[in-house]
Design a protein around this ligand. Structure first.
Ligand code: KIV
Ligand code: NA
Length: 269
């Protein structure tokens, strides 16, 4: 069997062919991601995308474990990374370690992701020193939506120096890679050049070392919002709507099921 991709392999990809990352929450989607991507991210976006939550704040460790296990079952070569949900790591290194260990042992994923820069550096160092590889996440950090006041671009003008300092702190603490979310393109390029670990951008321009999108967004399934940074590569939501409409019409017209979908009363001899 192929040796699985591990965090040091991802770090070693710095500056090379861009890393390809998509979220996944279920086994069938993980299988599709596995065929084409380097990393399947079990994002806490699952709360909004699959569970109808208004933000990621209500996502629990149990939800991440359930979806994480489903995704890991579908992977053969891509690496799984699981988001630490709101409230599961911010108290301090010991709490973060306890919950990161649960995510890893109960799913089989080799790495976790958490949101935060300088204020999370101590926690990232604590986890990394104890066998928990950490992907960091700076810029727009959706779990902080209530303090940020919305899903705005983070890092314009005077704010740029803080985002750079956050990214540097995560690297110094031992993060194996870092997500830059909704960071202006010039700053994302500067951070990418300043760091030795790969940057993975979402709404952060083409200079990052890799890109990530929410799979349901790029497939046109999750259509509740359409941020500028999402490119739709398919319109599966519309395809599903048309299919369901056709099914409903055929059932009402007794056109489905047809004879070919039924079972004969006599077994053929
Ligand atoms: O939860 C998520 O899907 C994420 C990515 C978009 C980076 O954190
Ligand atoms: Na997330």
């Amino acid at each position: 069997p192929v040796r699985p991709v591990l965090p040091p392999d991802i770090t070693a990809r710095k500056g090379g062919v861009p890393l390809v990352v998509l979220t996944a929450y279920t086994t069938p989607m993980a299988r599709l991601v596995d065929s084409h991507c380097d990393i399947a991210l079990v994002g806490d976006s699952v709360g909004m995308v699959l569970h109808g939550m208004p933000s990621t704040i209500g996502v629990t460790l149990e939800m991440m474990i359930l979806h994480g296990r489903a995704v890991v079952r579908g992977l053969g070569k891509a690496m799984a990374v699981i988001d630490m949900p709101f409230g599961s790591y911010e108290e301090g290194p010991a709490q973060a370690y306890r919950n990161a260990a649960r995510l890893m042992t109960e799913t089989g994923a080799p790495a976790v992701k958490l949101e935060g820069g300088q204020h999370m550096a101590e926690t990232i160092a604590f986890l990394t020193a104890r066998g928990v590889p950490v992907m960091a996440h700076v810029g727009l950090t959706p779990q902080a939506v209530n303090t940020l006041g919305g899903y705005k671009v983070v890092g314009r003008e005077a704010e740029a120096a803080k985002v750079m300092a956050d990214a540097r702190a995560c690297e110094a603490a031992g993060a194996f890679s870092i997500v830059l979310e909704k960071v202006p393109v010039g700053l994302a390029g500067q951070i990418t050049h300043a760091l030795r670990i790969p940057t993975i951008g979402i709404g952060a321009g083409v200079e990052c070392d890799g890109q990530v999108l929410v799979i349901d967004d790029m497939l046109g399934i999750f259509t509740d919002f359409r941020p500028k940074f999402v490119k739709r590569y398919a319109d599966l939501g519309r395809a599903a709507d048309e299919a369901i409409a056709a099914y409903a019409a055929e059932v009402r017209a007794r056109a489905f099921p047809g004879p070919e979908h039924g079972f004969a009363d006599q077994v053929k001899s």
